[in-house]
Design a protein around this ligand. Sequence first.
Ligand code: PLP
Length: 318
Amino acid sequence: MDKMTLTYKLDSDEFKNLYMKREDMIPYSFGGNKARKAVLFQKEVRKGDYDCVVTYGSSHSNHCRVIANMAAASGKKCIIIEPSEVSDETNNSRLIEVFGAEFITVHVSEVRKTIDDTLERLKSEGHKPYFIMGGGHGNIGTQAYVNCYREIKEFEKENDIKFDYIFFASGTGTTQAGLVCGQLLEEDDRKIVGISIARKNPRGRDVVLESIRDYLGKDPVSLSGRSITEADIQDKTIFLDDYIGDGYGIINPEILKTIKTVLIKYGVALDGTYTGKAFWGMSQYVRQNNLADKNILFIHTGGTPLFFDDLNKLWRKA
Ligand SMILES: *Cc1c(COP(=O)(O)O)cnc(C)c1O
């Protein structure tokens, strides 16, 4: 099986067997989990003969950058509904402008209505718009990470290792939902741990659970035909909200230190909103629970443009 990204062992003093899967190196539009999802959205757009794409997200959004790139590549119009609360200029917003996407900036409470109005307007103008939920949420996004889970299994088989723990940054939740669905379908026993970057429990976990149920459908069965119960779903969904700090995009000094250490030690760029927070959260969790001798996989979910947004905070300060 062709894998989209490389997995390898990090030379860590602290963890015995720490591996990283480099989703940030997906060879499209600076990579990341949104690029893996976008490949599947691209297929839908081609299949359905759509002539424009509508989505939403903030000016920091990796998802919006990848979708804007994808639309521009095929000469399609792209409209992004953006909340005015997070609309400052960033590397992603600059890239989105390079791709020629149109921002519609509204108060966060107006986002839903603006999406509906925009889709209606486009249709009345004779367009055929394809709508993508923020963050690539939905079954297509989940499918992308079921595929990723299969790549991880393949890696394990080829390298004669089994990961006891898989850690990554969890946001809108389909990355986690896909990984957990993959695990449930294969009936594997391991801990898949989403480190929340903003949402608190129970809501954060509930959103992941909904995505899992939605993807698996009614009366789900594993690949071997055993039924997957609600108890299985509950048992496999681990969503930690202990490392959010002060919320979305807020970087505490410990996260900055983690980013700097990982950059120097491994030559890998993490950002403060997603991967830096998740790596820091993972390190804390592993220490607190004495897991340093376990086989651990960290999935680097991307966000390279955000690393450069954060670079001035690292430079001299951290
Ligand atoms: C969007 C994003 C996440 C979270 O992914 P979800 O599928 O929304 O949970 C994690 N890391 C990065 C870099 C992201 O851009």
